[in-house]
Design a protein around this ligand. Structure first.
Ligand SMILES: Cc1cc2nc3c(=O)[nH]c(=O)nc-3n(C[C@H](O)[C@H](O)[C@H](O)COP(=O)(O)OP(=O)(O)OC[C@H]3O[C@@H](n4cnc5c(N)ncnc54)[C@H](O)[C@@H]3O)c2cc1C
Length: 373
């Protein structure tokens, strides 16, 4: 028997799921194939650094997953027939017994603006910034985590530019008072003008606009028979299994799952990784004829870099509300750097530890079984 497990997308969620599943099952019983559009693992959480001109060393997916038993395939996924269990790519078709959908999200960048949501977008912005002259305006739209990181990184690397950030709310309004104050001080130090209570419409304003006002789930799922939420993410149960197709799991930015307080989980790497662990545990357990356990899905912190030597780590409650405690300045920058490194290193971890590889004993469960309970 060879149970074919196919994982679409080799970002944080897909790579973590692949390595854990491969380490959990016996090789002759199951094969794990990871399909990704490019050979490198893209560290999305560092794309503002790429845009600001820093050299972020690429990591090959093959190297990252070496020793885990995962087969990587470079191909662009163009479609999915979930009823026929077939994936279509620009390099042919692939059939699966179990699928993990982890194609992530894209930035909502209106025409004429720049986005940081993918590597190509970050490189385009990098090249464009390189062509700007002193005093040229750069406006970052969006006061969320990505907006704060983008504005500060650009202002730090190009102090000659006139950088501003537009937000519909107040700068860092969700942070604890001390953390908020620190963000304001960093913006003042870097000379970033803040436009609060400002809703920017597409096509508005002059100069360079960097759009950091949210992500949309990969659009591919909405064109399939998989059940999706209004925002296009795949509806999954608490084990990350599709609400409509029990042989499909979704993780990361493409998955719609309710977290603490019944709220839909945010599109964050810090949420995608535990989701991947949960999906891997459920897949391995079910194929091994065991009941899957539930991994906790909640929030611990929000890490915000404010350039390379400054930052804020806001510790949060399980439901993402800010606690009083936070870290700031160089200590926060070091903490954030450690979190970014961990997000990659932990893909390799399962191969450093001896794991019990289980035999595949069970056929994939049918619709409506215990997973949906
Ligand atoms: C600048 C920036 C900073 C961020 N900072 C943080 C942070 O500090 N903390 C945090 O928690 N989150 C942060 N995020 C969000 C975080 O990056 C995402 O939530 C995370 O990347 C989602 O992981 P994922 O695996 O679901 O998707 P991704 O990491 O986007 O991976 C998806 C993968 O699928 C591949 N793919 C997509 N479409 C196709 C296709 N059709 N065919 C084949 N392959 C395809 C892509 O190439 C990619 O490898 C940041 C995002 C950005 C842009």
């Amino acid at each position: 028997m060879n149970h074919r497990i196919v994982i679409l997308g080799g970002g944080y969620a897909g790579a973590h799921a692949a390595s854990r599943i491969a380490r959990g099952l016996r090789a002759p019983d199951a094969s794990v194939t990871l399909v990704n559009a490019e050979p490198n693992f893209v560290e999305r959480v560092r794309l503002h650094q790429v845009a600001a001109g820093q050299d972020v060393e690429p990591v090959r997916l093959d190297d990252l997953l070496a020793g885990t038993g995962v087969q990587t395939r470079v191909a662009r996924v163009t479609g999915l027939d979930a009823d026929a269990a077939t994936v279509f790519t620009d390099r042919g078709e692939l059939e699966y017994d179990t699928l993990v959908y982890a194609l992530g999200s894209t930035g909502r960048a209106p025409e004429g603006t720049f986005t940081l949501s993918d590597h190509g977008g970050a490189l385009r912005l990098r090249e464009h910034l390189g062509s700007l002259r002193p005093g040229d305006p750069v406006r970052v739209v969006g006061g969320g985590l990505t907006g704060l990181e983008a504005a500060t990184e650009i202002a730090e690397s190009r102090p000659d530019l006139s950088v501003s950030l537009a937000t519909s709310g107040r700068l860092g309004s969700w942070l604890a008072p001390g953390a908020r104050r620190h963000v304001r001080e960093a913006f003042a130090r870097l000379g970033i003008a803040v436009e609060e209570g400002t809703t920017v419409r597409p096509g508005e304003g002059e100069g360079t606009t960097v759009w950091c006002a949210g992500f949309d789930a990969s659009s591919l799922a909405a064109d399939t028979v998989l059940e999706t939420a209004e925002d296009g993410r795949i509806r999954v149960d608490r084990t990350m299994r599709s609400a409509s197709h029990p042989d499909v799991y979704a993780v990361g930015d493409s998955a719609f799952v309710r977290g603490p307080g019944g709220r839909a989980c945010e599109m964050r790497c810090g949420m995608g990784v535990p989701q991947a662990w949960q999906a891997a545990n459920a897949i391995v357990s079910r194929l091994a004829g065991r009941r899957p356990s539930h991994y906790p899905l909640g929030y611990l912190h929000q890490g915000i870099s404010l350039g390379r030597r400054d930052g804020v780590i806001q510790f949060v409650r399980w439901d993402d509300r800010a606690r009083r405690g936070y870290l700031k300045a160089a200590a926060a920058a070091r903490y954030k750097e450690a979190v970014c490194r961990f997000a990659i290193a932990s893909v390799r971890w399962p191969s450093y530890f001896p794991t019990r590889r289980r035999a595949v004993v069970a056929a994939p469960a049918l619709r409506g079984d215990e997973a949906h309970a």
